[in-house]
Design a binder for this molecule. Structure first.
Ligand SMILES: [Zn+2]
Length: 455
């Protein structure tokens, strides 16, 4: 019996961690223990709980040994549950074990001793931890001293969610011996440090009308996750043909080994797994080019897939607005804006970033001679998704399209500035973008017909 358990555990980590190791091109010290310490002020607020559950959701996909010390483990769960619990410690315990049934996780007691790699959430955390997380509206902070957080508001769910991504990044970089530094990063204007804007204190639930989401992978899982946490009033059609594989669970916040059929049952489809977490999602289990729903008119189109020439197909739709979110080598998350007639099309953008100069999402990673195109890390997929969800928020509020910038990047490996913004244009031989009359006719059937950025 013990041999079977050992064999299963080895098979589990081998399959699940293949994409992590492909991405890093190295073995990761997954058994180096890490600890998370949460003070009462964080345990008892929605934003604090969101930072905690989002942090451990990522850590358990990479680190096999973890202590999670909660000042008030019995606190009522205030954020949406992924595991059906009502109390905070119960949800966290179920979550980490659901993500990794073989991990060594100790959850609950506030007295758990810190590990060498440790992180604190909340103003009244114990001292001498390696890292601390805080937030102020949409601004997230990573620091080496306790930094707390501002007044609880709808925007603080943006800042605390992003803080959890900074925390997971810092812990992984520390485990790898990579240099990292304190920083502030904004989930509102996507800028870092002095340029980071906390944005409005109150933000409405996200409403971008009828949405089409092409692709149901790790970035789409992240988009659904943020919509679920921040609130959603849009309706979505979600198209994907795949089922969940165990190696998807190294990074997708809403995929679990049981979705992948672990240990020995049938895997679920990605669209079914995502649709269960958000009302107003119509799941379509098909390739984009075979889905009849793809012929409908949508207000907002998210392109989150790249197989079967889907980028060329979506570029010929001429929707008023298409958005993409991608991950790349060098610990990169990106969001791409495509306003028809103003920005370049999806097809030109993604062929552009194939050049080695930019080392973006399309680059193929090789380990032991085996190409793996879709390798990424949890905070990169969730980070690209957060940039996209934030862009949806700005689109909804009219804070959109005023400048020429159409690509925003976060480089989590950088020891200097994390964010960059740039402008891309269609290639001279682009055949996807139609004339102004056609574009106006398509836009006229959407909620954006009179949007300032359309003029
Ligand atoms: Zn083009």
């Amino acid at each position: 019996m013990r041999d079977l358990v050992t064999a299963n555990r080895e098979r589990f980590y081998q399959e699940r961690d293949s994409r992590t190791e492909s991405y890093l091109q190295a073995r990761f010290p997954a058994r180096t223990p890490v600890s998370v310490h949460v003070s009462a002020d964080a345990c008892e607020t929605r934003a604090g709980q969101l930072a905690l559950v989002t942090l451990v959701n990522q850590l358990a996909r990479i680190h096999q040994e973890m202590r999670i010390a909660l000042a008030t483990p019995g606190a009522e769960l205030l954020v949406p549950s992924l595991c059906g619990a009502c109390a905070l410690a119960d949800e966290v315990g179920r979550l980490v074990h659901r993500i990794d049934p073989y991990g060594r996780f100790d959850v609950g007691s506030p007295d758990l001793e810190p590990c060498a790699i440790s992180i604190g959430i909340g103003e009244y955390c114990r001292s001498s931890l390696a890292w601390y997380l805080g937030w102020d509206s949409s601004n997230a902070r990573l620091d080496t001293k306790s930094c707390g957080f501002g007044r609880e508001s709808s925007a603080s769910l943006r800042g605390s969610g992003l803080a959890a991504l900074l925390g997971a990044t810092a812990i992984m970089k520390t485990a790898l011996g990579m240099k990292t530094r304190p920083m502030v990063l904004s989930a509102w204007n996507l800028a870092s440090d002095l340029a980071a804007d906390p944005g409005p204190a109150e933000l409405p639930e996200i409403d971008v009308g009828r949405g089409l989401m092409v692709g149901g992978g790790a970035v789409a899982a992240g988009v659904i996750y943020w919509l679920m946490q921040w609130g959603n009033r849009s309706s979505w059609t979600l198209i994907d043909h795949d089922t969940v594989a165990l190696h998807n669970t190294n990074r997708a916040l809403l995929f679990f080994p049981d979705d992948a059929g672990w240990p020995n049952h049938e895997a679920r489809t990605k669209v079914d797994c995502l649709h269960r977490h958000l009302a107003d999602v119509a799941p379509v289990h098909a390739w984009y080019d075979e889905a009849v729903e793809a012929g409908d008119i949508f207000d907002t189109v998210l392109v989150l897939a790249n197989e079967r020439d889907v980028r060329t197909l979506v570029s010929s739709r001429n929707d008023p607005i298409q958005l993409q979110a991608t991950t790349g080598q060098s610990w990169l998350s990106q969001v791409h804006r495509h306003i028809a007639g103003r920005d370049d099309c999806v097809r030109c953008r993604m062929s552009d970033i194939r050049t080695p100069r930019l080392r973006c999402a399309e680059a193929t990673i090789r380990v032991d001679g085996t190409p793996v195109a879709d390798a990424a890390l949890p905070f990169l997929s969730a980070g690209a998704a957060l940039m996209l969800a934030s862009t949806l928020q700005r689109l909804q509020l009219g804070e959109f399209g005023a400048d020429r910038t159409n690509r925003w990047s976060w480089d989590f490996a950088s020891g200097h500035r994390v964010h960059t913004a740039s402008y891309c244009e269609c290639r001279g031989d682009c055949s996807s973008v139609r004339g102004a009359r056609v574009r106006r006719a398509v836009a006229g059937m959407t909620r954006w017909a009179d949007a300032p950025w359309m003029r």
